[in-house]
Design a protein around this ligand. Sequence first.
Ligand code: SF4
Length: 358
Amino acid sequence: MCRGSYCYLTDDEWERRIARFAAIARSCTLCPRNCHVDRFSGERGYCNAPGELVVSSVFPHHGEEPPLSGTGGSGTVFFTYCTLQCCFCQNWQISHEAEGRPFTPGELAEKMLELQEQGCHNINLVTATHFLPWLLRALQVAAKKGLFIPLIYNCGGYEHASTIALLSGIIDIYLPDMKYGGNRAAQLFSRTANYRSFNRTSLREMFRQVGALTIDNDGVARRGLCLRHLVLPNNLAESEAILDFLTSAFDPADIYISLMAQYRPLYRAAEFPEINRRVTAQEYESVKKAFIDAGFPGFFQEFDGLDESFLIDFTARKEKALTPRSAPGSRNASPPDLSSKGRPESTASLSPNGEEVR
Ligand code: SF4
């Protein structure tokens, strides 16, 4: 039986990590936006996340990369809000429009245990950086109650390497994006002028911790790095620059690539003519060929026959996936105020020393 690395953390070490993340969230620099808001007193930064967990959906996902979904599914937890908020986000209902409801760490722990009981191969934490102090408490509780399957950290790749370093020995599989090879498109579509450098340094830290993706005899990933890249129209992701970086920084044989052709001009993409269309077969196939020729293993989506089954309607799904303890979607239904440093309506559920205080 493969046990996640977090199973070997002592209580003292869990408490130390939770306290470190709580201190960071007191003047929030969990991500490179560095908002310096006090998340524990209800202030909100760029991501608009409050001082408690908010979750949109929890379910066994059968549409992730084959080594992650396997036969039992990837036990996926979609966290509400996002530190990037790309204008073309396919999960815009949760990243931009705050679909979801508050969870206590104890509730989330129970949900993760249910996913394990349902036969999921892993727990897939999607876009969790802005909730790390509260998430670690949930993981600690779940581990004490018997959670053991590997943890996936599924993120947009806009991370502080120091934040990732604090997850060492907790996360088994990193699943970051490399969205942009340059900063122009990052600024235009994700409002971050420094994506590339943070993306690259955090990627190095992830690889340092877990190394190349290891897949067991059943075809299921156990540990390592799986890197996602979504090809954009008009080469706006600058895929060649990403390829150049990866070949210079790593042995290509060590980097499992998930190359995606599924871009759709969703949410507010229509406001940008250059991304207001799908990628063409030619655009996608040339990037795919370059990665394969360079020797990268991985999962390369087929362009032909790609339907839209990867799109998730989070508003419809939540009724099935969550058991509300309060009116679903009743909080934070308005789009984020990016200029605001916070609206003092949140109730903190974790004290600075990491104790649950609800
Ligand atoms: S965007 Fe959110 S997680 Fe990132 S620093 Fe600002 S408040 Fe913290």
